[in-house]
Design a protein around this ligand. Sequence first.
Ligand SMILES: Nc1ncnc2c1ncn2[C@@H]1O[C@H](COP(=O)(O)OP(=O)(O)O)[C@@H](O)[C@H]1O
Ligand SMILES: [Mg+2]
Length: 530
Amino acid sequence: MSLSGELMGDLKIHDVQNTDIGRRAIIVSPPEPPAEYLMGDPKDSIYLGRTTVFNVPFYWNFRRLTNPHIAITGITGSGKSYLIKTFLLRAALVWNANAIIIDWAGEYKAWVKQVNGIVVALGRGSFLNLLDLGGMKPSDRIKQVIRSLEILTDIGQYPEQRRLIEEAIEKAYLNAGFKLSEKDQKDALGNPLRPPTLKDVQKNLQEMLEAGTYEFPAELQNAIYKIKKFTLEGDDYFAEQSTIDLDKLLTSGLVAIDLSGLPDETFRALAALTILQFIKEKMRMEGWKPEKGIKLLVVLDEAWKISKDENSDAVMIVREGRKYQFALIVASQTPTDISEVIFSNVGTVIMLRLKFEKYLDYLQNSLRFSNYIRQQILGFGVGQAAISMAYEQTTPFSETFILKRIDGEEPIVDYFIDILSVLTEAQRRDETMPKSFSMERTAFKKRLREMGLNDQRVEELSTLIEKKAKHIDAIEFVIELERSGVSRKTITMFFRELGIDDSTIINIFTRADQKKTGAGERELTQVTLE
Ligand SMILES: Nc1ncnc2c1ncn2[C@@H]1O[C@H](COP(=O)(O)OP(=O)(O)O)[C@@H](O)[C@H]1O
Ligand SMILES: [Mg+2]
């Protein structure tokens, strides 16, 4: 008894933190790739943050990787979009790379405008002709269109309908003067031939039905019905001549193609697939020249329909590796919405915080990272990331490592001035009545300085607002500003700039006076605006 007691005393059993175990594992096999793999030339790589174990600054570069494509996953709020924005801005600086964000939910719009990019909204008077050729032969383009329809509709299950549609598309090209197996076709005057649209395809099918000679009219009717989804007046975004010049957009800096105005997921997915197909074709023609860095970044955020289907162009691009001169960035909060082919073939997988064991099973199965890393991912805070790299040559070290935090660019954050407390019951119920007014954080702080607040006061106020989830009550805000010596005239100008109407401004001042003097609701002070 006493002997083992002494032994126990010597061994000092105590709790060990997970991180300590991680550090100890260094002795066995290095927990991070060696610094030379992590630290790239800043003129040719993208800084993302520092590693947890050796505090090495990690610069992402694709040159030693199997391909430049990236998959990102993490729960909502874990920092996926922030990472993408940081990446795009730095890639523009380092490689002069252009970027196309296929913006599913319209969530990148505001940011793209702020950084002087271009936003193109599909669905509000903008069209993308599905039968555009983008430099392809009609026969190749037809295959792509049919593949898209197979992913997005059920025609794959009805071979006869599929065949009818394919033939009707061929006929539409032929009627428009095209030969099926030639590229870049011109008319007699040397102008590019004008491609047909889905409306011509529908007409061809309808004419066939009216001729009454085809033996399965029900199949024909179903085929027409499926094309009609895309040709109906008002929903014909893909059935008119294109108003969007994709070629030009590929070299226009930062571009967001906003799909949020399209009626449903099928339309959004069709747009995304079509855009990917054109980009892929264009880049295939130019060929991969790694010495030039990355020419174009293509972002697919939460586009599960086309990240999951094995026949989708997103999956094909990743599978085919680095033969295109662009990098595809695929992000999703649900790893299982991204095809396993993508995870096991992209050069880089970035895992932000994840919550479910089944998702980690899924990822660990293709990426083979340690259980230690797995545990860490479950406990990540915002911006913490595990990075898994697939090098072209086999390596003697772990290819998955952890960054303390994605060291990013300042994101756009709005501050809100709430006026709810000065509204009457009726105004509160009125849905058209705004309840708060906002301004972007950096602009807001700049205005505070212009109103005469010193840096310390600006930070104090900013902290106060941050603490209340970026909101501040208008009355409290006035009291704070007056405490810093800002005049009512100046405050009035700021409120008007935010869009607050004069009668509300008077109410805010009145209530601020009441609050300062401790006067009750009834003893109204007289306030006028200068
Ligand atoms: N690395 C980071 N550093 C600082 N703030 C971050 C970081 N990543 C995310 N955030 C902030 O966290 C919030 C959620 O991030 P976001 O990128 O929108 O998440 P997701 O796209 O995964 O839903 C945003 O307000 C963002 O500014
Ligand atoms: Mg996001």
